[in-house]
Design a binder for this molecule. Structure first.
Ligand SMILES: Nc1ncnc2c1ncn2[C@@H]1O[C@H](COP(=O)(O)OP(=O)(O)OP(=O)(O)O)[C@@H](O)[C@H]1O
Length: 828
């Protein structure tokens, strides 16, 4: 199907075919969108809407077909399409969790619109303010600490700030609260009036009719047609989407005179965001929790799932249960279907089958072993009930469309036969047809006796589905609606008393979490720990504080810090290099041939040879990890061995004394302070400024935080990896030159210990092993701390085993502390 239009189309897709293995996601689809038009794209889950827009934005390359943007052909390069004015707000925000709001917006803008890093905060503040004057979003907050709806606002603000000529919104209102939906509609209309074309993807037909001028429908990867929205009724749109008439979506409610057995009771239950809640749910009843978002209903649900602290009396089947953890909640027969399926509902690395069976695997287990056949049969049967569209049960869960993934989560939770089911936004991102199926499944489960509590921002859903509704305001229940009272007006009336209660609690929790999770927390902790350890060692043995001992400490610190910077450069991008230790040795060996004081050889030639050899090793590591896609651990373990072998070939035994002039040069002191130490400190400061205050630094961290999102934002992975691996090796070479002053001979084993200590220094310094965050000053302090522990242990006459116990214990303590404070920040 092709829809032609007069003049140049903003977007013109012709004959697009896209396959994922055996799945044909798009089959010869054509679509045109005019400038200044709001064009809705609708269809069932898995119809191909997101894939079509991924093709349009250059994130996916189609097998066949062309993409034209304002008349010009577009290549499959998301960076280029963005530069040319195409902005896309995805179903799941493509943000980097470790970066701040401001940094995410910076990296998402076309180059010509990016403000300088110094002006970034104010720029972002004004952009957020133009969305709403009280978004409650701090430009310096890390994305991972934001609630899902706030992340979505950041994503939308980012897209608008890019001054798009075409804006694609993929299910934008699924995560937004009422106020933000109203604002979104205003903004979309303003943009369209200014000539921007808007593609609006949604399952909420009412909204689509409200906002769109034309509607295009996709079904099973094929275009069904494009129609003028003004003349279409809701029923007609639904019929186009599903291909048949859909009957009333909500199944009949529970008969009123049904015998009531209390299954779930709350008496005076309080927790963060709600207080003194008294409620009950009978057997087979579906109870809704309504209220403006942030007024306690969702917080109560999370607390009942064991995710937040809770006080008061909770009874399940007339027995008191104490809920202190998700495990307690499960043991009591309570199950939770989370709203944020990507963060809490799915295990992205596993198959559809595994995601289904993980919550009820005991059903297929005999004598501790899983009966694979039974598990598969059960997965197939249950998933077929909700008509989950997938290539097969062994397909990776990440290959499913958003709505189908939601169906898998729901089916998986239901398979655990809960007594009480908590559902947060059960039909988020689910199409009209499947919505009706989900309601049927929920009602059927209720008819079999399962009690359910539903939280939904869609009031029509609550009214259509629930037998009873509790309305929340300011953390308390303000109304209980039953029978005929369960209607939209009654809910709205009860909600009128609402104020902004959550904003305050979230702000307070947010501040505390921010303090603990700040990048500077490791820095201050290490300074304090070093002062304590140094004082104790100096008190027990005054020689520890002598000039000689302190100079030695600085020299050791500088050497270790330099390798650690290399390691850190890599870890920030999510990589690691195990070969740095042997490379230090190889550099010492290479140096021993050039730095011997031979009048024919200048020392500068020696330094150049060391750096060149190291850069070559870095390039090999890059080739293995980048183009050949080996895991960094495996790749650099292989180079570890190869490099060590080369060193031993060149110098089977340590030999080649270094010239004294060279040693003097490397060991040069400025007053009492070794030049190497000053270099290490300056290097940390310069690298941190690069990291925090330059666009390249932001992209560096972005890549480590979320490689795919960074790629979509225009970062080229191979360039990043090349710079990281070669950079790491070159820094290791500089460290090796510093080490030469200490060993003064071509010893192939001299640097071996640096592999582990460099990783330890980076980890103790607060860098995340997952990539995306950490400071070089942290690595410097980590290196200082390790050198201090080693040196203090010597002065305190502790044997070398103690050095290892101390270091091991400290690494575990540091990692535990950082993970704890970061998880606090996330849940705040
Ligand atoms: N990376 C992938 N690998 C394999 N299959 C995929 C991948 N991405 C999408 N698909 C498949 O392509 C089809 C279209 O998916 P798409 O996400 O475009 O649907 P959608 O219309 O956006 O659905 P929803 O409304 O549920 O988001 C689905 O069958 C999906 O399983």
């Amino acid at each position: 199907m092709t829809v032609s239009s007069s003049g140049t189309d903003a977007l013109r897709l012709e004959g697009i075919t896209k396959r994922f293995g055996p799945v044909t996601a798009l089959d010869d689809v054509s679509l045109s969108v005019r400038p200044g038009e709001i064009h809705a794209l609708v269809g069932e889950n898995g119809a191909g809407k997101s894939t079509l827009m991924a093709v349009a934005s250059g994130a996916l390359e189609p097998e066949e077909g062309t993409v034209r943007f304002f008349g010009e052909a577009l290549s499959a390069d998301p960076g280029e399409t963005r530069e040319r004015g195409l902005a896309i707000v995805r179903q799941e925000p493509s943000l980097m969790p470790d970066l701040t709001v401001a940094e995410n917006i910076h990296i998402g803008l076309p180059k010509h619109l990016r403000p300088s890093v110094g002006a970034l905060r104010e720029f972002v503040r004004s952009k957020l303010a133009s969305w709403h004057d009280d978004t409650g979003i701090d430009p310096d907050a890390r994305i991972e600490s934001l609630l899902p709806e706030k992340r979505f606002i950041v994503e939308i603000v980012k897209a608008i700030a890019s001054q798009p000529r075409l804006l694609v919104l993929d299910e934008p209102t699924e995560h937004l609260t009422g106020r933000d939906v109203v604002r979104l509609f205003e903004v979309v209309r303003e943009l369209a009036a200014s000539g921007c074309a808007v593609v609006y993807i949604s399952h909420r037909i009412r909204e689509v009719r409200q906002i769109a001028e034309r509607i295009s429908v996709l079904r099973n990867g094929r275009a069904v047609g494009t129609r003028d929205a003004t003349n279409l009724s809701e029923d007609e749109i639904i019929t186009m989407i599903v291909g048949r008439r859909v009957e009333r979506p909500f199944p009949p409610k529970r008969a009123k005179d049904v015998h009531s057995e209390r299954i779930f009771e709350l008496h005076g239950v309080s927790g963060p965001g709600f207080r003194d809640v008294v409620m009950r749910v009978d057997r087979g009843e579906i109870v809704g929790l309504a209220g403006i978002d942030g007024h306690g209903q969702r917080e109560l649900m999370r607390a009942l799932a064991g995710q937040k602290p809770i006080e008061g009396r909770v009874n399940v089947a007339e027995r008191f249960v104490s809920i202190r953890s998700p495990r307690d909640s499960r043991k009591a027969g309570i199950r939770f279907v989370p709203g944020d399926r990507h963060r809490e509902g799915l295990l992205p690395g596993l198959s559809v089958r595994e995601n289904f069976s993980l919550r009820s695997i005991e059903k297929d287990t005999r004598g501790g072993l899983i009966n694979a056949g039974a598990e598969k049969r059960r997965a197939r049967t249950e998933l077929a009930r909700l008509e989950v569209k997938m290539a097969g049960i062994e397909a990776p869960i990440s290959s499913l469309s958003g709505g189908n993934a939601q169906k898998v989560v729901l089916t998986s939770v239901l398979a655990g036969d809960p007594k009480v089911l908590l559902l947060d936004e059960p039909t988020q991102g689910v199409d009209v047809g499947a919505r009706a199926e989900i309601y049927q499944v929920m009602r059927a489960a209720a008819d079999e006796g399962m009690s359910q509590i539903v939280c939904s921002s869609d009031r029509a859903e609550l009214v259509g589905l629930c037998d009873r509704i509790y309305v929340f305001s300011r953390g308390e229940i303000v109304a209980e609606l039953t029978g005929d009272e369960v209607n939209d007006e009654a809910i709205a009336q009860a909600m009128m008393t609402a104020t902004n209660a959550r904003a305050h609690t979230a702000a307070l929790g947010g501040k505390l979490a921010k303090l603990g999770s700040s990048d500077w927390a490791p820095f201050w902790m290490l300074v304090a720990a070093m002062l304590i350890l140094g004082s104790v060692a100096g008190w027990v043995n005054p020689f520890f504080l002598s000039e000689r001992s302190l100079v030695n400490l600085m020299v050791m610190t500088a050497t270790l810090a330099m390798v650690a910077y290399g390691q850190q450069l890599l870890m920030l991008t999510g990589g690691i290099d195990l070969s740095v230790g042997p490379l230090m040795g190889l550099c010492a060996v290479v140096g021993s041939f050039f730095l011997s004081g031979d009048p024919w050889l200048m020392p500068s030639l020696g330094y150049a040879a060391i750096i060149a050899v190291a850069a070559m090793v870095g390039a090999v590591n890059f080739l293995l990890v980048g183009p050949l896609k080996l895991h960094p651990m495996v790749a650099t373990l292989a180079t570890y061995m190869a490099v060590q072998a080369v060193s031993l070939l060149l110098r089977p035994v340590p030999a080649g004394m270094t010239d004294f002039d060279v040693l003097d040069t490397i060991g040069y002191r400025m007053g009492a302070i070794p030049a190497t130490f000053i270099i290490a400190v300056i290097a940390a400061i310069v690298l941190d400024i690069f990291l925090l205050r330059s666009g390249k630094g932001i992209r560096w961290r972005a890549f480590g935080s979320n490689a795919e999102a960074a790629r979509v934002a225009g970062v080229t992975p191979l360039v990043m990896q090349f710079a990281a691996y070669v950079g790491c090796s070159v820094l290791t070479a500089l460290a090796a030159i510093m080490m030469i002053e200490q060993v003064a001979i071509g010893d192939p084993r001299a640097g071996l210990g640096y592999t582990l200590t460099s990783i330890a220094a980076v980890v103790i310094g607060g860098t995340s092993l997952m990539g995306g965050r950490g400071l070089f000053l942290g690595a410097l302090l980590g290196a200082g701390f390790i050198s201090l522990v080693n040196s203090a242990a010597t002065f305190l006459q502790l044997d070398s085993a103690w050095q290892n116990y101390l270091l091991g214990g400290l690494i575990i303590a540091a990692v535990a502390f950082y993970s704890y404070s970061r998880s606090k920040a996330v849940s705040a």
